[in-house]
Design a protein around this ligand. Structure first.
Ligand code: F6P
Length: 469
């Protein structure tokens, strides 16, 4: 039986960012912080097995110190890769090239431009992938299952297959996959290396059929096919039990009271919660809100846009500039329309999970308008937590749209006027309709909770491995 077989094998996970990070305090003591979010909770189910291993990179000084002191928690192996190599692989290739390709973020008249600097970074990316492959090969028992995560580690399956042909290797992409003509911007040898690296896996997982099909088409175009590697779709859902319990705790209640006060009595609330990530399209969202206020003055004083935009990838200048632009546009709207007793945009840029949950509960409208997104869990979480039902304005370019599209108000993320119109319809949606749609959205968004998402992949990997047939 598949499940018995899965239970018998050791399981390893590999990802750039691990489940825990460390900081050194002023007194020299190390403190550990566990990561949040669906990915960590889904993958964390491996922690229940005594022999499991999560291999990740040491990302900062605290992590490196924890490695040096041998203080990393059991079940986690942090790789202390040379900082310059890691920076070139992570910032130079993974974040500035692969992320840009899959999310279609380039302003193509000037970028990308693949010269000698890129080649140096690519060599670092290879070295960083090799370090992961070696660590996994060292840590894996005979016949173990290894689940490699994301574009950071695209070469690992092929490298690991060479070192350890006995392993079952899966790879999961949490991002979209680029349309083949966009992917073709990459230098041909790099593109082929990436594809062959991934095809070293027994099985590749994607969040939606759309991304899986784009990958297959890319392989057909470059290599004539997927060389027998199985492709599967696993649409990660929100963790309903966790969210319902967590969003009713005291710290969330306190923040809810504060937010209500900030918004003001009787006003509707449009909420967005994102990392300040170029693909999230926060600036066009603000432009759409401004258009709504400009063209429909009846909404002035009657609505507040609560926008939480948490820092992300601040090592990259383009992210810092984007973060500044978000603040600039929000301030511009407030100075153009704000009045004594009404602040049209309430923007927060410090990460506070309890406050995000409070905003989810309060939302009349959730705005999720990414340019392109592998899934987008916020779209799935808000309906679960919402107190009184919430209309969802959702980009058709988010993976979540495949599952939620029927009950959301779909938007083309580039169409600012269209987004403004959708916000207006969402604000005007009758309460009963909103509540009904929210119920259906919550059911669809929690259909595959993180624990099952992970278990299904393991079972499918086991079923598709040659050793099993
Ligand atoms: O959301 C897609 C994703 O690839 C996640 O799987 C991953 O956790 C994140 O993006 C990477 O973000 P960061 O660069 O902050 O680690």
């Amino acid at each position: 039986m598949v499940s018995a077989h899965v239970d018998a094998a050791q399981v390893l996970v590999a990802s750039n960012r691990g489940p825990v990070s460390y900081a050194v305090g002023e007194d020299g003591a190390l403190t550990a912080k566990r990561g949040g979010g669906g990915l960590v909770s889904g993958l964390s189910s491996i922690g229940q097995r005594a022999d499991s291993l999560w291999v990740c990179a040491a990302l900062g000084d605290g992590d490196r110190e924890a490695v040096r002191r041998g203080a990393v928690e059991p079940g986690v192996r942090m790789l202390d890769i040379d900082p310059a190599t890691h920076a070139a692989a992570y910032n130079g290739v993974a974040n500035s090239v692969l992320w840009f390709v899959h999310h279609m973020l380039y302003q193509t008249p000037l970028e990308p431009s693949f010269g000698p600097e890129f080649r140096t970074q690519w060599a670092a990316y290879e070295a960083y992938n090799e370090a992961f492959a070696r660590a996994l090969a060292d840590g894996a028992a005979d016949g173990a299952a290894v689940l490699v995560q994301d574009y950071h580690l695209a070469l690992v399956p092929g490298l690991l297959r060479e070192l350890r042909p006995d392993l079952r290797i899966g790879h999961f992409s949490h991002t979209p996959w680029a349309p083949v003509d966009y992917f073709r911007m990459l230098p041909d040898d790099v593109a082929e290396q990436l594809l062959r690296g991934m095809l070293g896996a027994d099985r590749l997982g994607f969040l939606t059929g759309r991304w899986a099909d784009a990958f297959t088409e890319t392989c057909v175009r470059y290599l004539g096919g997927t060389s027998g590697t199985r492709i599967g779709v696993h649409g990660l859902g929100a963790d309903a039990d966790f969210l319902r319990e967590r969003s009713r705790r005291d710290d969330v209640e306190e923040r809810l009271v504060a937010l209500r006060e900030r918004v003001g009595e009787g006003r509707k609330v449009i909420v967005r919660v994102d990392r300040t990530e170029l693909s999230k399209n926060i600036v066009r969202g603000l432009h759409a809100y401004r258009l709504l206020l400009a063209e429909h003055p009846e909404w002035r004083e009657r609505v507040v846009h609560v926008a939480f935009a948490y820092p992300s990838r601040q090592d990259l200048a383009v992210y810092r500039d984007y973060t500044a632009e978000v603040s600039r546009v929000a301030a511009e709207i407030n100075s153009a329309f704000g009045t004594e007793g009404w602040t049209p945009v309430v923007l927060h840029v410090e990460d506070d999970f309890a406050r995000s949950l409070a905003a989810y509960r309060l939302a009349d409208v959730a705005l999720v308008n990414p340019i392109r997104d592998g899934m987008n869990l916020v779209a799935k979480e808000v309906p679960v937590v919402s107190d009184e039902g919430c209309a969802l304005v959702l980009s058709r370019e988010a993976g979540a749209y495949e599952e939620l599209g029927e009950d959301a108000l779909g938007v083309n993320p580039y169409d600012v006027a269209g987004t403004a119109a959708a916000l207006r319809s969402a604000l005007a949606m009758p309460v009963e309709e909103r509540a009904e749609r929210t119920k259906r959205l919550a059911a669809a968004g929690t259909a595959l909770p993180p624990g099952r998402w992970f278990a299904d992949q393991l079972a499918a990997l086991s079923a598709s491995a040659p050793a099993d047939t």
